[in-house]
Design a protein around this ligand. Structure first.
Ligand code: 3PG
Length: 418
């Protein structure tokens, strides 16, 4: 679609030279739990086109890392350093998001300079304002302090397009909101997967974010978009639990602790298994952590063990299904792949996808880190930077960031001529 036909502004619609552009990116990345080091730079790479296109502007980068309460909820100092080395340009990190110091620093910027501000989610006004209450966002200190500093707001945070948070949607009526290069690229690639009639079309839904995965599983099966779903990780555990199969105390506690609505989620899984018994594939064996022993699914899981990877029988069955598919979507790892002893399932599934000759879409920070680690990124048709965002988008939900971009274009159309 030509830029003029899009429902949102793109970078080609404006001359941004000399302007102060606030750029919202998503470099939320997995971290090594022991060293705190960022694992993989895929999401950083995904924004380089946009940043380079803004090389004559004063660019202030906004981003988040993780969520309050999580171990990897850290400062963005290291993220700024990674951008600096990938761009081979100075990136000035300021350990605050708004206030007098930020204001004076931004006002002193010159064209061609880049600054990165602190983790937006360190601030309650980012995470606690009701996503539907745009007026409350506009009244927040965060927005009131930052808006006078910006001429334009460029949103390139595709992995967060499903989050109605203040630095993602709160500026839409105050300055023109423009879609960055990544958001544009993602939207056009993903529509080819959804629209194409290649069969069998399969989805591998795994990892720990079960809320999103179960909702997309439901939508895929009900709409007939996908023929088979291969489950792994915590997603598989939720389906096994729904089927009345023992998953062990610790696996069960993980689901309960991380999902307030876990009862509802298990009910949805049960309903899907009953309605589409042939379409939902579940692991038949697993590898236990920390003992490294193989367990046949259905056997009793000791209280001190967790199912940390899919077992060898499941791997063989999944590889066979993958080899016969014409289109594949993968989101999330099969287990605790960060630990070598529990990486086999994830790595073998990813290698099987790489060998397949059909259309292959991969998404999620962990999935992309694995592709990068195995040097298989070039074998994938489209590596989406979205995790939960991607699957919400694929299941047809409304995306607050896309809605904000569209609303902003409507609001500012005619007022700007580039
Ligand atoms: C992601 O990594 O999927 C996005 O940054 C959104 O993160 P969230 O699920 O913590 O909102």
């Amino acid at each position: 679609m030509a830029s003029g036909e899009r429902e949102y502004f793109t970078l080609d619609d404006f001359k941004l030279q000399g302007s102060t552009v606030f750029l919202r990116v998503d470099v939320n990345s997995p971290m090594n739990p022991v060293t705190g080091e960022i694992i993989g730079t895929t999401r950083f790479h995904s924004h380089l086109d946009t940043i380079r296109k803004l090389s004559d502007s004063k660019v202030v980068i906004l981003a988040h890392q993780s969520r309050p309460g999580k171990e990897d909820f850290t400062s963005l100092r290291e993220h700024a350093r990674i951008f600096e080395s990938l761009l081979d340009r100075n990136v000035d990190f300021v350990d605050s998001l708004f206030g007098d110091y930020v204001t004076s620093k931004v006002k002193k910027m010159r064209s061609g300079e880049i600054m990165m501000l602190e983790n937006t989610r360190f601030y309650s006004e980012e995470v606690n304002i009701d996503g539907k209450d745009l007026a409350a966002m506009e009244q927040s200190n965060l927005v009131r302090k930052l808006v006078p500093l910006m001429n334009y707001f460029v949103n390139d945070a595709f992995p967060a397009i499903h989050r109605p948070q203040t630095t993602l949607v709160g500026f839409q009526r105050l300055v023109p909101n423009i879609a960055g290069e990544l958001i544009n690229r993602e939207i056009s690639s993903l529509s080819s997967f959804m629209g194409g009639d290649m069969r069998p079309k399969i989805a591998i839904l795994a990892g720990a974010k079960i809320n999103e995965s179960i909702s997309v599983a439901s939508s895929f099966l009900k709409n007939g978009t996908i023929d088979r779903i291969l489950t792994g990780g915590v997603v598989a555990n939720a389906f096994l639990w729904a089927k009345g199969i023992e998953i062990g105390k610790r696996n069960q506690e993980f689901i309960v602790k991380n999902n307030k609505n876990y009862r509802e989620l298990i009910d949805v899984c049960r309903d899907l298994i009953n309605r589409y018994p042939e379409s939902v594939m579940l692991p038949t064996d697993a590898v236990l952590y920390p003992s490294k022993q193989r367990l046949i699914v259905g056997e009793s899981v000791p209280d001190d063990q967790v199912m940390a990877d899919i077992g060898v029988d499941t791997i063989v069955e999944y590889i066979d299904t993958i080899s016969r598919a014409q289109a594949i979507f993968m989101n999330g790892p099969m287990g605790m792949y960060e630990f070598e002893d529990f990486s086999v399932g994830t790595f073998e599934v990813v290698r099987a996808i790489a060998r397949n000759k059909g259309l292959k879409i991969a998404g999620g920070g962990h999935t992309l880190s694995v592709l990068e680690h195995l040097n298989l990124m070039s074998k994938i048709s489209h590596a989406s930077t979205g995790g939960g965002a991607l699957i919400s988008y694929l299941s047809g939900e409304e995306m607050p960031v896309l809605e904000a971009l569209k609303a902003s274009k409507k609001f500012f159309a005619g007022k700007y001529h580039g």
